[in-house]
Design a protein around this ligand. Structure first.
Ligand SMILES: C[S@@+](CC[C@H](N)C(=O)[O-])C[C@H]1O[C@@H](n2cnc3c(N)ncnc32)[C@H](O)[C@@H]1O
Ligand code: SF4
Length: 376
């Protein structure tokens, strides 16, 4: 199921933990939209006549775009690609951008049919630690307003493992999420990325360090609460009611093809991966195809196998040794079966025929297990 990802690289302010490409200014917004409309035309053949099942506005902060700009972008996509009539069209949104008027206009005047709201926590001291621009109260009000406007296909992002987030507060964040009966949740463990303000603050002892043991307790509570409330844990950070898996994310996890537009966006068409430059200036200056700046790599079989193992293992569909032999050959199947055996023996992997899945215990070690399965 092919999809299009559109990176909107603006934010009101940078959150301290965030490593995604974005600038804390809207100065270049108009010229950026012009450059994006140009890139859509330039890359119209990338997905080679495939029917597009999902369009995802990610960021950065796509909810900073006006309804007019969102429509301009979607019209340009419609004129250059074939969109499925039921395509999932998701907009990532920050709570402080979502008042009743904006939500009403998004619902009635655009084709956006799914909202992904970055809440992170309902407590102000956690939001302060993260340097978020909104309050917990604003997040609750934005969810209520979205539901009032019939945006029932709504997902929120939460972050756990924040040093200020006690287990009781995490429990309360989950209770508030559950009280809205939403179809989907993404919950991420706070990662301290090297080139972020959070990393610098922690190194200078100006922000509290993340406690791994606390993050593990949060993750266990997350698994218990979501399963008790009938959410399917379909990917390590994602939980959904049946039929509400994220179409966009599923493309990445099943090795589907996608086109990434906008600075820093990645694209994949089965054999090559390419990514746009992470620079606003270079992106908006590329007014002719020769000035387009991207990097490209042709993936070796070992890289394709590693990528499959890493993504598939994180999902509830698991790693399929039948798929490995069909796509990568017998050498890779032998390597996979030899290296996964130890994890089946110690109870971190469950084997069902050809399919290998993380157990509840294994989910705590997903990254380490996939690294042990890689081929070099
Ligand atoms: C890059 S943001 C874009 C969406 C929107 N701007 C927002 O902040 O809600 C997507 C999500 O990634 C998650 N995220 C980004 N960096 C993270 C990190 N270092 N650790 C954990 N989660 C992170 C946050 O939950 C965030 O909502
Ligand atoms: S988390 Fe979202 S709002 Fe915060 S800096 Fe990153 S992209 Fe911007």
């Amino acid at each position: 199921m092919p999809g299009i990802y559109i990176h909107i690289p603006f934010c009101k302010q940078k959150c301290h933990y965030c490593n995604f490409f974005s600038v804390a200014s809207e100065k270049y917004r108009t010229v950026f939209v012009t450059a994006l409309l140009r890139e859509i035309v330039r890359r119209k053949d990338y997905l080679a006549d495939k029917i597009i099942q999902s369009v995802y506005f990610g960021g950065g902060t796509p909810s900073l775009l006006s309804v007019r700009e969102i429509n301009q972008i979607l019209e340009q996509i419609n004129s250059n690609f074939t969109l499925d009539t039921d395509a999932e069209i998701t907009l990532e949104a920050n709570p402080d951008d979502l008042d009743a008027d904006k939500l009403k206009a998004l619902k009635n005047e655009t084709a956006v049919n799914r909202l992904s709201m970055g809440v992170q926590s309902f407590f102000d001291n956690d939001l302060h630690y993260l340097n978020r621009v909104h309050s917990g109260k604003q997040a609750v009000e934005a969810i209520e307003a979205a539901l009032e406007q019939q945006f029932s296909n709504l997902t929120i992002d939460l972050i756990y493992g924040i040093p200020t987030l006690t287990l009781e507060k995490w429990q309360r964040n989950l209770e508030i999420f559950l009280s809205f009966d939403l179809p989907h949740l993404s919950a991420y463990s706070l990662t301290v990325e090297p080139k972020t303000a959070l990393n610098t603050l922690i190194r200078k002892n100006k922000a509290r360090q993340v406690d791994e043991a606390q993050s593990v307790r949060h993750f266990q509570l997350l698994l218990d609460e979501t399963s008790r409330n009938n959410y399917i844990h379909y990917e390590i950070s994602n939980f959904a009611r049946p039929g509400h898996y994220s179409g966009h994310n599923s493309i990445y996890w099943v090795g589907g093809h996608y086109l990434g537009l906008g600075p820093s966006a990645h694209s994949f068409n089965g054999f090559s991966r390419q990514w746009n430059v992470s620079s606003m200036k270079q992106y908006i200056d590329a007014d002719s195809p020769e000035k387009t700046v991207f990097e490209k790599e042709i993936l070796t079989t070992a890289q394709q196998y590693n990528e499959y193992v890493m993504t598939a293992l994180r999902t509830s569909w698991g790693c399929d040794s039948g798929h490995i032999v069909n796509v990568f050959g017998t050498r890779y199947r032998s390597h996979f079966e030899d290296s996964i055996r130890q994890f089946v023996s110690d109870g971190r992997i469950e084997q069902k025929g050809n399919v290998y899945l993380l157990t509840a215990k294994g989910k705590l070690f997903a990254d380490g297990i996939s690294a042990a399965l890689f081929s070099v």
